[in-house]
Each structure stands twice: as structure tokens, then as C-alpha cells.
Ligand binder design. Structure first.
Ligand code: NAP
Length: 426
């Protein structure tokens, strides 16, 4: 038996699936097919550039990629051509691990408003995602609002308030550094629709907000009085202690130039400003009447979670989650990671999905003498589609590290064109 397995997507859930298949010693050939030229998905484009240690897991994934039975097909989008059905025809089993790449929509009047971004746009921009490198957010405003109480909201705030010195030792893109250098933003409001104890931040991330070189983090006045201490248990108590270590006003003797303020119990209701945003109205969720407040701001980022992209030929629900049962979509076709369970958990959470899918494949998939890798190469050749192999990716990786200056770990390629030019030049 030599099973031919295709994994669509190359983020953590894709690599944990491949790792589980390898660990099980299943005699198989695994092709990781990715629409971008580079592997690792959220590790490269989602994890904040100043959280380099979180990115270390890519070394584990690199070892998976180095396995002689694993190949990488970068720059190959499975949708119209080749389609899922075409891939299913040439492989014994196919795993969908495409994650969730779009912003959940706010659904008020944000459409076509200049100054409004979803967090995935903003995060992908500073992280050098080829589809977002030209986002060009205008930071020529003194106030920004970030909606949402998750770690992505904190990531966006941290990047906006860190000093250039704090960012230079990261792999943030140079164009983002240049934009941030000229930023006028002094005040950021992070807004939660529920209370501080309902926030989804993790403790490490909140603690970091108290350790910024040029920014004070404060709570909205009255926050501490509004917390119901009866609800405090283990993890919440820890979160509470860190959060309430922040003052409710900017320290009088502070010489820091920026402020982040956490505000709670507010739901956004209406953007103000014809085309360009000048502010945002919020409903006070603690009030029984129609109390609302307005915050003036020229930049609004909604960090309210992710949504999946449609994949032609696969059924998904309104959040973009693929319809499946216990990770089985249909015979020989499986789903792993966020696309199967929604955008939650840490990177390691994807291990369980990978293990489950590998087990299904071990127990249920039989070889049908599929053409696998050779079949895919033929399909791509038929339409003159170029792809990045794993050997080429390793060269790109080396080049990015080589180009870096003393303090930063790498300077990323940010366009397919540059990558293919580089490959042609070596
Ligand atoms: P998240 O943790 O689900 O947080 C989303 C936030 O948006 C919640 O506070 C939610 O409030 C709020 N929200 C949702 N719809 C809203 C609406 N219509 N109006 C106002 N607020 C709304 O999502 P995330 O921050 O995108 O993170 C996704 C996953 O990645 C999480 O598991 C996160 O921990 C992980 N992540 C981890 C790190 C890290 O470890 N450093 C960094 C980034 C991301 P409710 O709670 O009221 O629904």
C-alpha cells in the first residue's frame, strides 16, 4: 500500500495532519498544496511579528516538510482549476485544511468607509501577505478604535503603539515600519461588547500591555467597580488581577506619548462620516434605555473573529465552516483545523484535528493506485501553471534570512512575482 494523500492548505492543521500520518508510519506520499508561495499559514501571516517565539513551531513543521515522502506545491489554488473533484480523482484521500482567512462582518454601515479595516486585512498587511501588501492604511489620525476583546485586537493595538525600536527586531515588513514611523495615532480604544471577565484575551497578552515602552494602558473609569467579584475563579482571577493592575486614568507623571484604553459593555451601532470615518457610535449594554456614546476616531479596526472562504464544490455553513461529521466530509475527504471547528484555540489545538484525520485515513482509506503527485504535476503542466516545490521554498526561506539585517530574523518576500523572479535567477 502506498497511499497518495493531498492536504489543501499549509497552516498548523495541515502540518499536524501530515505529522500524525508520518508518526503512524502509514506508507504514504503526502502533498501539501498551498495557494501562496510559502507554507505555514497563520504562523507567517497571523502570529504577531513581535511574538517570534510563537513562530518557533515552524521548525517542527520544517522537519515534516523535510520528510522524503512529503512534497510542497506552493502557488497552487484549488478551486476552479484544479478543482476539489479533480484532486479527489488523482489522490486516494484529500484533507481540507484551508483555515479561515476572512474577517467576520460587523454588519452595521461599514461598507465603503475609508479608515475602516477588518483585523485580518490589517494583520496580513503588516505581516507581508501578498494579497494585502497594498492596503496602505492611513494612520494620519490621533485616535483609533479596535472592536473586539480577543488576542487579535490586542495584537493590532500593540503593533500600533510599539516604538520603531521595539519593532525593528521583528520580521514586520519594511513598508509597515515606514507607515508606522509616520503614524499620528496617540490614543487607542479597545472595545468589548461584554465585561472584562468575558474578554477572550489570554493573560500573557494582557500582561504585555503593561510593559510597553511608550504607551500607558488604562481602563475606562468605573471599570473596576462594575466587575462582579463573585464570578472570579482560577483563570478569571488571574486575568482580573492583571487587568485591574491598570489604572483608570493616565498616570499624572507619565512621559509616555500613547495611551490604550480598554472600554467594556459597548456595541458599535453606526459609523460617523460620509466616506471617511470621523467616529463611531456605541450602544451602552449596561443601560436599559437607548444610551449611546460617540468616540471620534479616524481609524477603526474590527477584530471580531474570522470567517471561512467558500471552496467550490464543498458545502459550508454561514460562517464558512465546512459541513462534516467528526472531520469526515465524505468518503476519502476530510477537514481539519479552523475550517472544521471555527476560529478558536491556540496553534497546538490543531494537533487533535490532525491526529483524528490521520486515524480516519489509517482505518478507512484504501489505495486505488492513484497517480497522486505525478497526476498533479500533469494537471498543472496542462495549463502551464508554475508551482514552488519544497526545495525551492527552502531556498526562498534561506534568502529571506540572508537578506535580514542584524536584528530582524528575516525580510519576507511579499509578492509571487518577486518569488518567481528569484527562483528563475538561481
Ligand atoms: P476571539 O478570541 O473569538 O475574539 C473575538 C472578539 O470579538 C470577542 O471579544 C467577541 O465578543 C467580539 N465580537 C464578536 N462579534 C462581535 C460584534 N458583532 N460586535 C462586537 N464584538 C464582537 O477572536 P480573535 O481575537 O480573532 O482570535 C481568534 C483565535 O486566535 C483565538 O483563539 C485567539 O486566542 C487566537 N489568537 C491567539 C493569539 C496568541 O496566542 N497570542 C494571537 C492571536 C489570535 P464576544 O465574546 O461577546 O462574542
Amino acid at each position: 500500500m502506498n497511499l497518495k494523500i493531498a492536504i489543501i492548505g499549509s497552516g498548523p492543521s495541515a502540518f499536524y495532519t501530515a505529522q500524525s500520518l508520518i508518526k503512524k508510519n502509514i506508507n504514504c506520499e503526502i502533498d501539501i498544496i498551498e495557494k501562496l508561495f510559502c507554507p505555514y499559514g497563520l504562523i507567517r501571516f497571523g502570529v504577531a511579528p513581535d511574538h517570534q517565539s510563537t513562530k518557533n513551531v515552524s521548525r517542527v513543521f520544517e522537519r515534516v516538510l523535510n520528510n522524503p515522502n512529503v512534497e510542497f506545491f506552493g502557488g497552487v489554488e484549488i478551486n476552479d482549476y484544479p478543482s476539489i473533484n479533480e484532486i479527489l480523482e488523482i489522490y486516494d484521500s484529500v484533507v481540507i485544511a484551508t483555515g479561515m482567512a476572512k474577517d467576520r462582518v460587523l454588519n452595521i454601515n461599514e461598507k465603503n468607509k475609508t479608515g475602516y479595516f477588518g483585523a485580518t486585512q490589517f494583520v496580513n498587511w503588516y505581516n507581508g501577505h501578498p494579497e494585502y501588501k497594498n492596503l496602505n492604511p492611513c494612520l494620519n489620525t490621533d485616535t483609533a478604535i479596535i472592536i473586539g476583546n480577543g488576542n487579535v485586537a490586542i495584537d493590532c493595538a500593540r503593533i500600533l503603539v510599539k516604538t520603531i525600536k521595539e519593532l525593528e527586531s521583528t520580521d514586520i515588513t519594511q513598508y509597515a515600519i515606514d507607515t508606522l514611523k509616520n503614524s499620528s495615532i496617540k490614543n487607542i480604544y479597545i472595545i468589548g461588547r461584554r465585561g472584562p471577565l468575558d474578554a477572550k484575551f489570554t493573560t500573557v497578552e494582557i500582561r504585555e500591555m503593561g510593559e510597553l515602552l511608550d504607551c500607558d494602558t488604562i481602563l475606562s473609569p468605573g471599570t473596576k467597580n462594575n466587575i462582579d467579584k463573585k464570578l472570579l475563579d482560577g483563570d478569571l482571577a488571574k486575568q482580573y488581577r492583571i487587568l485591574t493592575s491598570f489604572d483608570e486614568s493616565k498616570p499624572k507623571n507619565s512621559n509616555k506619548s500613547k495611551t490604550v484604553e480598554f472600554k467594556f459593555h459597548l456595541s458599535p451601532t453606526e459609523f460617523i462620516g460620509e466616506n471617511e470615518i470621523t467616529g463611531l457610535k456605541f450602544k451602552n449594554n449596561l443601560s436599559s434605555n437607548e444610551d449611546c456614546i460617540t468616540i471620534n476616531a479616524g481609524l477603526v479596526i474590527s477584530a471580531i473573529g474570522y470567517q471561512g472562504d467558500e471552496i467550490t464544490g464543498l458545502k459550508s455553513d454561514e460562517s464558512g465552516m465546512i459541513i462534516h461529521k467528526n472531520n469526515i466530509i465524505e468518503d476519502r475527504l476530510y477537514a481539519a483545523g479552523w475550517v472544521s471547528r471555527g476560529p478558536s484555540g491556540v496553534i497546538g489545538t490543531n494537533k487533535h484535528d490532525g491526529a483524528r484525520v490521520a486515524e480516519h485515513i489509517e482505518n478507512n482509506v484504501k489505495s486505488k493506485n492513484s497517480s497522486g503527485r505525478e497526476g498533479l504535476k500533469k494537471l498543472l503542466n496542462l495549463k502551464n501553471k508554475k508551482y514552488i516545490s519544497k526545495e525551492q521554498w527552502f531556498k526562498i526561506d534561506q534568502e529571506e534570512i540572508k537578506r535580514a539585517n542584524k536584528s530582524s530574523p528575516r525580510i519576507k518576500f511579499t509578492s509571487h512575482e518577486d518569488v518567481f523572479n528569484f527562483i528563475d535567477s538561481i
